[in-house]
Design a protein around this ligand. Structure first.
Ligand code: 13P
Length: 267
């Protein structure tokens, strides 16, 4: 069933796996369904453009859920929407959740634009994630995060806490996380979940993180498996076979990350 993020988060913590193409979307849905884990499918504006646009992405997810008999809860979420109009377009297309990323704006403008997205989203029962501070950059203080949540009424909040997108240097500010948790009563989102050990991800959950976003780790294992396959099979040209050689690696990584939610660590 396609639901908003609140519907999933009221039941349990969740991993947001970003999708980049049809294959990833299909395999993530299959693996999460097999393991009975609700999932948030995140999609960036670049990935949306790559796949054709918000309507294509929505219909792809809807179609796969029907054809594959997916019976877990699935949320389709715009990741890092930097433009109010893109957020609205995704909502119009059927997305059940959107992130407005106003991290490059002044705090006042970030609040103003996030509120505009939230007001529109509320008409369609769509959830909204906001961002305070800059992921991989300036950290906010805990009171500013809470103030942002109160003024925008967002359903979940991402804030810079020392993680980075991709595999750069990170330095998690645990005190900030604890203070935000103490002061803020909406679900907390961790961006830049790749390159973090399962033990640390588990600890982040114990300290109050509700949603963990993963993209790069999936990209890494997928491309590594395909590169290996092509190096050993230079005569293969069927795109289904080439891309399909990344399936097992991607599904194994999805399973590995989902184990974090069960408190099991493979590290
Ligand atoms: P990674 O690419 O580091 O996994 O981060 C993903 C993310 O935060 C998407 O918003």
């Amino acid at each position: 069933m396609l639901v908003n993020a609140k519907d999933i988060l009221k039941e349990s913590k969740v991993i947001q796996f970003n999708i980049n193409n049809l294959e990833w979307t299909k395999w993530i849905l299959e693996e999460c369904n097999y393991l009975h884990k609700n999932v948030i499918l995140g999609v960036s504006s670049k990935a949306i453009n790559y796949m054709g646009g918000p309507n294509t992405v929505f219909l792809l997810v809807e179609g796969l859920m029907k054809d594959l008999n997916i019976d877990i809860k699935v949320c389709l979420h715009l990741d890092h929407g930097k433009d109010v109009n893109l957020c609205k377009k995704c909502i119009d297309a059927g997305f059940t959740s959107v992130m407005f990323d106003g991290s490059s704006l002044s705090m006042d403008d970030n609040i103003k634009c996030t509120r505009e997205v939230k007001e529109y989203a509320s008409l369609f029962n769509v959830t909204v994630e906001g961002e305070v501070g800059v992921i991989g950059g300036a950290l906010p203080d805990a009171l500013a995060v809470n103030n942002f949540v109160l003024k925008t009424n967002v359903d979940m909040i991402a804030f810079a806490m020392g993680t980075v997108h991709g595999y750069g240097h990170m330095d998690i500010n645990w005190t900030l996380l604890d203070n935000v948790k103490k002061n803020t009563n909406v679900p907390l989102v961790l961006h830049g979940g790749s390159g973090i050990s399962n033990d640390t991800l588990k600890l982040l959950i114990n300290h109050g993180i509700d949603k963990i976003n993963i993209n790069t780790d999936l990209q890494f294992v997928f491309s590594k498996a395909i590169r290996r396959f092509l190096n050993m099979n230079s005569d293969v040209y069927d795109p289904r076979v080439i891309l399909g050689s990344g399936e097992l690696a991607l599904k194994n990584e999805v399973k590995n990350k989902l184990d974090v939610l069960d408190g099991r660590c493979l590290d």
